[in-house]
Design a protein around this ligand. Structure first.
Ligand code: AMP
Length: 170
């Protein structure tokens, strides 16, 4: 992604966060709110936005989080249009969670981590910012506290290098 596009996207995400605070019942409201096909992860799925991909099959796509809270922070998204975990059709849970586990194992191995933190947020009240279901896979090392989500974009070279390490972990 070009630097300019990153800056525009960051501004868009910040504006979305702000709007959610102002309008909690519309922008980021009830658990049954409609799926927005123009959310950023849907665009990544359609190839309209770039991503540092580490895994893809017919069920899920995994790619590097652009504002990592830990080195090697990876997101796993299902290919079905699910806004959050409660939205995911029951028969899609098993296949998707298998991919989450598979990617998690590769992240741990590829990044040489001692452990993992796996997170998933639902609706703005639950900390969700992008409304396409995703699990966060965060590599952890003994004695290293989890970083804060600063909203700072990671350098593309760094994301590419970590993606390569994780791909080698499969
Ligand atoms: P949340 O919705 O709070 O569970 O988290 C959304 C995550 O998506 C955050 O960790 C962001 O850093 C990340 N993110 C937002 N836009 C992108 C993008 N274009 N590529 C990769 N990660 C992104």
């Amino acid at each position: 992604m070009s630097r300019v596009r990153w800056i525009v996207e960051r501004a868009r995400l910040r504006a979305a966060r702000y709007m959610m605070r102002l309008r909690p019942d519309s922008a980021g409201g009830p658990m049954n709110a409609a799926y927005d096909p123009n959310n950023i992860f849907a665009k990544i799925l359609r190839g309209e936005m770039p991503a540092h991909k580490v895994y893809e099959d017919d069920v899920a796509l995994a790619f590097m989080d652009i504002m990592p809270a830990a080195e090697g922070h990876t997101l796993v998204i299902p290919k079905v249009a699910a806004r959050n975990f409660l939205d995911l059709p029951a028969d899609a849970i098993g296949p998707y969670m298998q991919r989450v586990q598979k990617v998690a194992a590769a992240v741990k191995k590829g990044m040489g981590a001692d452990g993992l933190t796996i997170q998933q947020f639902n609706e703005s009240a639950g900390g969700q910012v992008v409304f396409h279901l995703h699990f966060h896979i965060l590599p952890r090392w003994e004695g290293v506290p989890l970083g804060r989500h600063t909203g700072v974009m990671e350098k593309p070279e760094k994301l590419a290098a970590n993606a390569e390490k994780i791909r080698a972990g499969f």
